[in-house]
Structure formats: structure tokens, C-alpha cells
Design a protein around this ligand. Structure first.
Ligand SMILES: [Zn+2]
Length: 308
């Protein structure tokens, strides 16, 4: 089984699950240069410019090309050529065209080479600083860092928010940008393209959740429709208590919308917005209760409950 094909939802170890969840992020940087083809998964590794072929050709790909899901690249050819069945889709045609331009993997070719590919440059060794540099914005840190890494944050909410801030979550529009042939429709409303701002801020489902959240913050205005507008709202000069609540609530909201989106895609489970808000409400109360010796958190609880 390939590392890329393990079902994260079936893993019992939370550490393994959270590692597996980062795969789309890591996959952007990992490439394979095929030599003999014996160490490279035909479907899961990123060995052509199209990206991992399973993403490009979909679940019917193995049947259409007659190449099993477990095949290595060397299994897909013999000494005289590739063994793929004739192309039935544009993506398959594109793949076959590409394959005519590369050397046929041979038993006596050099071994396959896995390397890092960061900002259009190939690196033989992993460089955490280069990856970090590619993920982060190049501007100096702004006041937004305080909105993300504040005292009292829920680590997984903050991390998710940080990735979303950089627009590096594997939303469908981002996946489509590096692997063609997937539907980009938003799973929550089915009527718009799923990109970060739509999914979290403009989708009708998300708007209902935000309306519940904002009401409990005593906010009178409507929700925001762009990430920038939300960040502006987060950096307004409010009291310490309001600022704390806004940060907690927005991170919990973004996290729970992302979770809902993943559940709908992977498990086919739909949770109504009101129930999602309940989860957000509970997580905010848990955080505040855990810090009730701190007067700011005590005031935050009063405020959060006052608009119930
Ligand atoms: Zn939507």
C-alpha cells in the first residue's frame, strides 16, 4: 500500500491521522524522477508533470488504462513500450503524449530518485526553511500573527487557520490548479467553485454558521465576504475580552467548516449548520472554562453567554 493511499479516517492513532492529513501539503513539494521505475507507484507518486495520476484520471483510471492501482511504473511497460490501453479521455491522452517524450524505464536504468521540488527548483535534500519559505508569505509578519497564535488558542484550530490564512488548504480550486480533471464545485452548496473565500465566507451554509457566531458576539453587522475583510474585523481595536472571543470564535468556525467539508467529501455525512454551531459553541466554552482563573477568560464567558 502506498503512503499516499492510506485512508486517514481509518487510522486509530491521532498522530498518524494528523500526519496523513498534511499529505496534500507535502505532496506539492515531492517529485519522483523515474529511472528503472521499480520504486515508483504508477498511480500515487508524482512522476509526471500531471501530478499523481490517480488524481488526474480518477478512480476509474486503473480500469480505463488497464493498469492496476498497485502497479509500479515498471509494471506499466515492457522492453518495447508502454502497456497502457488507448486513451479515452483528454487527461489520458495528455499522459500518453507525455510518455512518448520520456525514456522508457529499463531494468538496468539508474534507481528512481525522490526529490523535493520547491519554487520551481529541485532539491536533493529536504530543507525545512525552504519549505517554510514557500508556504509563508514573503511579507514581514503583520498583526495577523497575533490573531493566530494568541494565548488560549486551540492548537489544531490555530494551525488550520494559519494554513487557511496562507490559502494553502487543499481546496478543490487549488487541487485543480495542479491536478486537472477534478470537479471544483463546493460540496456545501454545489453551486459555486470551492475556493477559500467562498467555502469559509461566502457559501450560504457558512453564512448561516457565521450568523450564529456573530450574534453571540453581539455583532450587528453581516458577515464578511473576503478573507481580508475578516482579518480587518479581527484586527479592530476592541476590548481584550472581545478580541479574545473573536479570535477563538473565528478559528473554531473556520476549523469546523473545513471539518464539515471533509466529512461530506470523504464520509458522505451532512451535519446541519445549527449542529455545527453547537460544536463551535462547545469548543469555545471548553477553552474558556479551562482558563477560568484568568479574569479576561471569565469575562469572555459572561459575554459569550449573554447573547445566548
Ligand atoms: Zn458553497
Amino acid at each position: 500500500m502506498s503512503f499516499w493511499s492510506i485512508d486517514e479516517d481509518k487510522q486509530t492513532s491521532p498522530t498518524l491521522r494528523s500526519l496523513l492529513r498534511l499529505r496534500p501539503l507535502a505532496a506539492q513539494f515531492i517529485r519522483t524522477r523515474v529511472g528503472s521505475g521499480s520504486a515508483t507507484s504508477f498511480w500515487w507518486d508524482h512522476w509526471t508533470p500531471l501530478g499523481p495520476l490517480i488524481r488526474v484520471l480518477g478512480q476509474t483510471g486503473p480500469r480505463d488504462l488497464m493498469i492496476p492501482l498497485s502497479a509500479r511504473v515498471c509494471d506499466a511497460c515492457n522492453d518495447t513500450g508502454w502497456l497502457l490501453r488507448g486513451a479515452r479521455s483528454d487527461a489520458a491522452l495528455e499522459l500518453q503524449t507525455h510518455l512518448t517524450t520520456i525514456h522508457l524505464p529499463m531494468r538496468n536504468s539508474p534507481p528512481d530518485l525522490v526529490y523535493w521540488y520547491i519554487n520551481n527548483e529541485s532539491l536533493e535534500a529536504f530543507s525545512a526553511s525552504r519549505v517554510w519559505d514557500a508556504i509563508r508569505h514573503r511579507e514581514p509578519p503583520h498583526q495577523w500573527t497575533a490573531s493566530v497564535w494568541f494565548n488560549g488558542r486551540v492548537p489544531r484550530h490555530a494551525f488550520n487557520f494559519w494554513i487557511a490564512y496562507h490559502d494553502r488548504l487543499p481546496t478543490k480550486s487549488r487541487l485543480a490548479a495542479w491536478a486537472i480533471n477534478i470537479s471544483t464545485a463546493c460540496i456545501l452548496c454545489n453551486s459555486a467553485m470551492e475556493d477559500r473565500d467562498h467555502l469559509f465566507l461566502r457559501c450560504p451554509t457558512s453564512e448561516v454558521i457565521w450568523a450564529c457566531v456573530l450574534r453571540r458576539l453581539g455583532a450587528h453587522h453581516h458577515s464578511f465576504h473576503t478573507w481580508t475583510a475578516m482579518m480587518d474585523w479581527l484586527s479592530l481595536n476592541d476590548s481584550r475580552t472581545i478580541t479574545l472571543l473573536k479570535r477563538l470564535a473565528s478559528q473554531a468556525t473556520i476549523y469546523n467548516i473545513w471539518t464539515e467539508r471533509n466529512r461530506r467529501i470523504h464520509d458522505n455525512v451532512i451535519t446541519p449548520p445549527a449542529m455545527i454551531f453547537k460544536t463551535i459553541d462547545r469548543s469555545i466554552r471548553d477553552v474558556i472554562l479551562g482558563k477560568r482563573n484568568n479574569s479576561n477568560f471569565r469575562k469572555a464567558m459572561e459575554l459569550w453567554l449573554s447573547y445566548e
